[in-house]
Write a protein that binds this ligand. Structure first.
Ligand SMILES: [Fe+2]
Ligand SMILES: [Fe+2]
Length: 142
């Protein structure tokens, strides 16, 4: 069993978003495993960078979908994205300059943040996108 396992309860029923979330889970699991194994600073640094870069891509995917569909909750949703991004970038800077190490608290924080965000914030977005597609378009989403 991984540190964080994907399950159907995490699905927002929108393929692009679910695919991104699975990749984020993989990256958080990698970070956890590297931390547990006492891996080299450079390996952890590279995974933190991959996670930061992929989160940016993922947030851009969701924000583009929200803008294109005039999603009413775009502002509070984006605030949550921006807040996490700032925290992760700050951590990356401090980790790179060796002011802080990777603690299990940090990895736990990322796991909790992602699960809570998916369940409470991304889930209503998934419902919104699915509902918009239903009346006229039965084709699978991109
Ligand atoms: Fe989100
Ligand atoms: Fe998301």
């Amino acid at each position: 069993m991984a540190f964080l396992d994907w399950s159907d309860s995490l699905s927002v029923h929108y393929r692009l978003i679910d695919t991104d979330h699975k990749k984020l889970i993989d990256l958080i699991n990698s970070l956890h495993d590297l931390g547990e194994a006492g891996a080299a600073h450079s390996s952890i640094e590279s995974t933190v960078k991959q996670l930061t870069d992929f989160l940016k891509t993922h947030f851009m995917h969701e924000e583009t979908l929200m803008r294109k569909t005039a999603y009413p909750q775009i502002i509070p949703h984006k605030i949550e994205h921006d807040r996490l991004m700032k925290q992760l970038e700050d951590f990356g800077t401090r980790f790179s300059s060796e002011q802080v190490g990777l603690s299990q608290d940090t990895v736990m924080f990322l796991r909790t943040w992602l699960c809570d965000h998916i369940l409470e914030v991304d889930m209503p977005l998934g419902q919104w996108l699915t509902k918009l597609e239903q009346p006229t378009d039965k084709a699978p989403n991109p």
